[in-house]
Design a protein around this ligand. Sequence first.
Ligand code: TYD
Ligand code: MG
Length: 455
Amino acid sequence: MAKIKMKFVCTECGTESPKWLGKCPGCGSWNSMVEERETVIKTQGVGLSSVQMKEKPKSIIHIESEQEPRIETRMKELNRVLGGGVVPGSLILVGGDPGIGKSTLLLQTSHALASKGLKVLYISGEESVRQTRMRADRLGALTESLFVLCETNMENINEAIETIQPDFLVIDSIQTVFDPNVQSAPGSVAQVRECTAHFMRIAKIKGIATVLVGHVTKEGAIAGPRLLEHMVDCVLYFEGERHHTYRLLRAVKNRFGSTNEVGIFEMSEDGLREVDNPSELFLSERPLGVSGSTVVASMEGTRPMLVELQALVATTHFPSPRRMSAGLDHHRMALIIAVLEKRIGLFLQTQDAYVNAAGGVKLDEPAVDLAVAVSLASSFKDAPTRPYDVIFGEVGLTGEVRAVSRAEQRVKEAEKLGFKRVIMPEKSLKGWKPPAGIDIIGVNTVAEALSAALE
Ligand code: TYD
Ligand code: MG
């Protein structure tokens, strides 16, 4: 019997080594090497090169440019993230924490496409056909042309694809699928890589739009080799706080559109519902006229979103005060506290400070700085803010307020939701005309913003 050869493979980048290493020489990550069996893979002659015609290189101006045909999914938010719809023959990877709603999202998408007359094949390696049917009952996702199969063996999946000839294929999840020609466990680096490569070939050759569900690691990256993300056309992350009902679908890679767009959904009893107006959702529980609460206009992709920011400043009982933030970068918060101390003269050294973006959203834009500063100062002085103010602007280390992008859209969103006043960087006022129904206060320093907001 031939001796089984073992090798070590990095789960991050796929680098191989004959012996175990603590640090991967390929990508520098620690403790990422796992043991795997050396595999000999029989190629089945379906490689891309074998079907592509031999062509001579062409000048770029002589290549016909054609709009990618797109299949609209009837889910506006999903279309938005994909750049207008699903491209036939594209391979999409969807990642997200367990239980966040990936299977729900894809079953709803499958239903939406099947009810347009497309043939859809949903392959589940995690749930039985009956479980999927029960879920579909709840979601109202019953269509004749939606086919479901519970299978993990690649060869059987191939057969199913041959018999059904679907237009849209979902593999839930890539970590459960195994190729019997590869002698390592399902979910291992070699299996995931081979299976993904295989689905890519099928997608490109047959023109089937394919979605792969990928598990994520503790750190939040898609499990399996990093090169998985390089192989596919789109990488989408489905994220959200477990204790909140809304979910964000974010593109981190998209070969057919921009990666700036974000789709917003709400998880309800009968599945995911699209959220047309996120600002209303995030402001729904806002208390009015209390200290420490402000509303900031932040951008999620190309869409403005109003979010409530809350701060609480209270005398500390510790030798060094606590600074905690939820939904915001705590380095930026420390910077803003230092500016308030040094430039405004607020004595925060003996105070604990907490800042929270309500609703569990994550704001990672510098444009939220000014609202954080006003919230902190308002709570420290116990001075209530006006309930119909919206604040945005970046804060610099000298206490200046810097210009931010897309000021016009932010102001329009504030006006649309009935806010009366916007406190914003004066420098962002150039080149556009603010709407008539709203007061604009342009400020150059944090001190000016505070005196306007907390008069
Ligand atoms: P699921 O799609 O199974 O998550 P994933 O595939 O990402 O692991 O979603 C499971 C969660 O969603 C589960 O906790 C229940 C919730 N859910 C609803 O709230 N409403 C619904 O209609 C459905 C189908 C699920
Ligand atoms: Mg699932």
